[in-house]
Design a protein around this ligand. Structure first.
Ligand code: NAD
Length: 512
């Protein structure tokens, strides 16, 4: 009897309607996925970067052609507004392809390295060798970008890929599978395993050659434990609790508009959204009033002209509610939004600003991942740097001031994977910059040169012409000790002393 295949029901979060079904990948297939990936690796890894680039170009062409359709799928599956599907999921993915096509060859080409004088006559290089089958596990908040960017980077570097997309947004997972299929990637080069955490865990245990994980700190730690047992290298892109710092000399209208966007884009379900807003004391009342006006002007809904969509994952609502209740019970004040008992709009949560909070509260210490923004006044530069760094996270941060020296000074002191000055979040949109977190926000970086090289073994090569019979550092050592003492002392002391000794040393080398 044939086993019944489980299906992931696709419910549109904004409307509650079922909009599809995606068959789950049985965990019994884990082995065959890896075998297929390993077989395909032989051929795929032997292609030149230019040959692999042709597949990427084809994929880009298809995505540009089908841009509206892809945006509709992302919006329906996540509940985000369609404009955000376009600017924050599709655009960065296409830009990543462009970046790889333009810089990939150079990033992965054999690089010449310096050879120290003591190894005179030899040549040094670094080579980048693909690792094998890369497992990519992705989340639901930017389900296209956060799956495809690591996939594209791993593929361009010569690896084959197994993607386990989030079960919360399975239609986007299916869409990605179809896009790679349409682009004609050879069989086994890209495989997509659909399903939830059991499927993710089964593939993590399937001994991939590399794991690239984006998701919660909790899951990241579990994956790291499994990987450690087999010494599998990983990149972990985890949560955030990003500070936004507004100084009195900032452009206040701009900063208020920026705060509303940074806190509420994607309904606040962004690892890099502004989740703590620090405002300098002297402008606090004025800024709060500007921010409230800005928030009042925003439109929530599913229309083309809406600004803020729905939540994506129902379970997330309880987390947001719990943090808000905890803050209110401990004396916090609601500045915008509604009390949790008044929430009536299903997956559309009120855009909530809360004041009178302290650093012990959950709303300050735990990731909210929803439209919840605590606002905190500060006294001095020193004071706000201390507050901003008082967290286990360190993904992104923003500093708002017209004094660029002050902005740079503060940015340099924040323990954070990235800092944006007078804007927020956008560092992820520059593929020339490394992306990743400090502290509990993750391990490793991607994007840029590093984003391709992490998927490769970095191999050091040192070359000798092989014409000499022997080397001075080989056997027999006999009476070489005094010579080496003289050599190293002169070499590591001063240039003058070394130059004095160098001619004698060269003569000895020639004799060897
Ligand atoms: P999650 O950890 O619940 O799930 C992420 C993925 O891991 C999903 O595909 C899930 O099925 C899979 N998974 C769950 N348990 C697993 C297990 N035991 N073994 C293997 N796979 C497993 O995270 P989420 O709720 O989908 O995403 C939200 C989180 O992601 C937030 O904390 C957010 O900050 C973080 N995030 C980080 C970044 C970043 O780049 N740093 C970007 C976006 C989201």
């Amino acid at each position: 009897m044939e086993a019944i295949q489980e299906k992931l029901k696709v419910i549109a979060p904004a409307t509650g309607e079922q909009i599809g079904e995606v068959p789950e990948t049985p965990v019994s297939q884990v082995k065959s996925f890896y075998q297929k990936g390993k077989t395909a690796f032989m051929q795929w890894s032997s292609l030149t970067m230019a040959e692999r680039g042709k597949y990427l170009s084809k994929l880009k062409e298809i995505m540009v052609e089908q841009m509206e359709e892809i945006a509709k799928t992302v919006a329906a599956d996540t509940g985000k507004v369609i404009t955000e599907a376009l600017i924050a999921d599709i655009m960065p993915t296409l830009d990543c392809i462009d970046h790889i096509l333009k810089h990939g060859e150079k990033s992965l080409h054999r690089q010449k390295a310096k050879t120290p004088l003591l190894l005179i006559g030899k040549k040094s290089f670094v080579e980048y060798m693909p690792r094998g089958v890369v497992l990519i596990i992705s989340p639901w908040n930017y389900p296209l970008q956060l799956a495809m960017v690591p996939m594209l980077s791993a593929l361009a570097s010569g690896n084959t890929v197994i993607l386990k997309p989030s079960e919360v947004t399975p239609l986007v997972g299916k869409c990605i599978e179809e896009l790679f299929g349409q682009a004609g990637f050879p069989d086994g080069v890209v495989q997509v395993a659909h399903g939830g955490k059991e499927v993710g865990a089964a593939f993590t245990n399937g001994k991939p050659d590399y794991i690239f994980f984006t998701g919660s700190v909790r899951t990241g730690k579990m994956i790291q434990q499994v990987a450690a047992k087999e010494l599998i290298p990983t990149t972990l892109e985890l949560g955030g609790k990003d500070p936004m710092i507004v100084f009195a000399d900032a452009h206040l209208e701009r900063a208020a508009k920026g705060a509303a966007w940074a806190a509420f884009t994607n309904s606040g379900q962004v690892c890099m959204s502004a989740e703590r807003l620090y405002v300098e004391n002297s402008i606090y009342p004025k800024f709060l009033s500007l921010l409230k006006n800005e928030i009042l002007s925003l439109k929530q809904g599913t229309d083309m002209d809406s600004d803020v969509g729905s939540m994506t994952f129902p379970a997330q609502i309880e987390i947001v509610k719990e943090q808000l209740v905890n803050a209110l019970n401990n004396g916090a004040k609601l500045e915008t939004g509604l009390y949790p008992e008044e929430w009536k709009n299903g997956m559309f949560l009120p855009l909530t600003v809360v004041s009178n909070v302290n650093h012990k509260m959950k709303i300050i210490q735990e990731e909210s991942f929803g439209p919840l923004l605590p606002i905190i006044p500060f006294e001095s530069e020193e004071d706000v740097i201390r507050l901003a760094n008082d967290t286990v996270f360190g993904l992104n941060a923003s500093v708002w001031t017209k004094d660029i020296d002050k902005a740079r000074r503060v940015a340099s002191q924040l323990v954070s994977g990235a800092v944006v000055i007078n804007d927020a979040i956008i560092s992820i949109a520059n593929h020339g910059l490394p992306f990743g977190g400090a502290k509990h926000s993750g391990i490793g970086r991607y994007h840029g040169d590093a984003g391709l090289r992490i998927f490769c073994h970095e191999k050091a090569i040192i070359e000798d012409s092989g014409r000499k019979k022997t080397e001075i550092h080989w056997y027999p050592y006999q009476d070489k000790f005094p010579l080496f003492i003289q050599l190293f002392k002169s070499y590591f002391r001063t240039k003058r002393e070394w130059l004095k000794f160098a001619q004698t040393y060269m003569r000895i080398l020639k004799k060897n």
